[in-house]
Write a protein that binds this ligand. Sequence first.
Ligand SMILES: Nc1ncnc2c1ncn2[C@@H]1O[C@H](COP(=O)(O)OP(=O)(O)OP(=O)(O)O)[C@@H](O)[C@H]1O
Ligand SMILES: [Mg+2]
Length: 460
Amino acid sequence: MTKKEKIVILILDDEKQFTEELHEFFQNSGYNSFETNNAPDARKILNEHEIDLLILDVRMPGVNGLDILEEVKSRYPAMEIIVVSAHGDMDTVIKAMRLGAFDYLRKPFRHIDIQIAIERTQKYLQMQCRLKQMEEKNSLISKNLEEKIKRHFIGISPLILEVFESAVTASKYPDANVLITGESGTGKENIARIIHYSSKRKDHVFCAVNSSSITDSLLESEFFGHKKGSFTGAIENKMGFFEVCNDGTLFLDEIADMPLNLQAKILRAIEEKVVTRVGETNQIHTDFRIVSATNYDIEKMVDKRIFRLDLLHRLNTLHIHIPPLRERPEDIKPLVNHYVEVYAMKFNKPNIRIDKEVIECLETYQFPGNVRELKNMVERAVILCKGNTLGINNFPVKPKRISSPEQKTDLNDLRILEMDLIRKTLIECDFNQKAAAEVLGITRDALIRKMKKHNISIKK
Ligand SMILES: Nc1ncnc2c1ncn2[C@@H]1O[C@H](COP(=O)(O)OP(=O)(O)OP(=O)(O)O)[C@@H](O)[C@H]1O
Ligand SMILES: [Mg+2]
């Protein structure tokens, strides 16, 4: 049924007087209708016209009305059928309803009865039509979303293309847990979203959770949910992350920060796919996939017994490692181009071109904050840019040359570089960690971790 107001009806009954009378009634009521007294003609009309409703006599000489009903339902599944039966033929009516008839009328019936039946059918068909339109719209939205997500994945280096390939593989196995490792700002969450939105779980929830941002006392209730009144503050029944992510993906960000007691509980939920809300006893089944991420050396944490080996095994069915940006300088140019376009549009500065020197310099920069740092750098540069050309003077960080490919970078140099940069930035920001993290293009948590790693104290 399209958007038309009135439905198109076909009447099939061997009684000529009955079909003529009904046809006339429909015409007078403003419906478009056809009538016939035999099955071959009915097939022809059904073939040539877009019929929404068939009024079918299930008892006609020489033909089995139920066979016709089955045939029509299988050839035109969207068409509805009202069967007409004689008094005392309830068995056939029941069979017809089981075969998918929408309604039935018993002969003789009044015009008002058929009018009501038709209006009901019309309403139902309109609802079906609206549902179909909504489904189409929905699938269009998902398609747009998928395209948008793909547009958000920038990179041409073999290293990042390999990451993308692994994400595509992971999306095809929607029940396999995935562990994503990589330095801060390399795009772990980005990849987690790509996996989710390319998988069959895409129409369900993607929930990103960082357990270090939840206070210890609330951790269990946030993950498992709680019953109203089970503790002070539990004013309502609440679903936990595992339940919310039923059929979807739970993204566990920075798993290294997860307390050991929560690790044990999470392991159980992952293994059994059931959860029990705090204050409840019954178990709730939930089907989630876990994508987790860390920028720590998680195996070292297992060695130190601060991360459970059995949980790590559960989480890394598939493992994707995102290399730091400095190891894939080919990606810098497309990333800069992309973000210049994004911010030029945002700040209404069209036609910005990028000085060749900018790319050359950035390709030799270390990017401790990886893509996030580059993105922030470009945003700032576009804001600072006065004319039409983005020059190296618009970039606050003076690029440092890295060693030539033959001379491999000494890891110790990188450590010192990173330590220096963090120290200088902290001093510049008057030891305000939030501001320093922003300047560095990393999260505050990442900055604190790095400060711990380099033994940098916040005292002036
Ligand atoms: N390949 C990429 N293409 C486009 N944008 C990217 C890419 N990789 C990362 N980004 C962007 O860089 C920023 C940081 O990415 P993301 O948050 O996914 O990093 P992360 O590894 O999760 O960082 P952290 O460890 O600090 O949580 C985001 O704005 C993201 O959109
Ligand atoms: Mg992240």
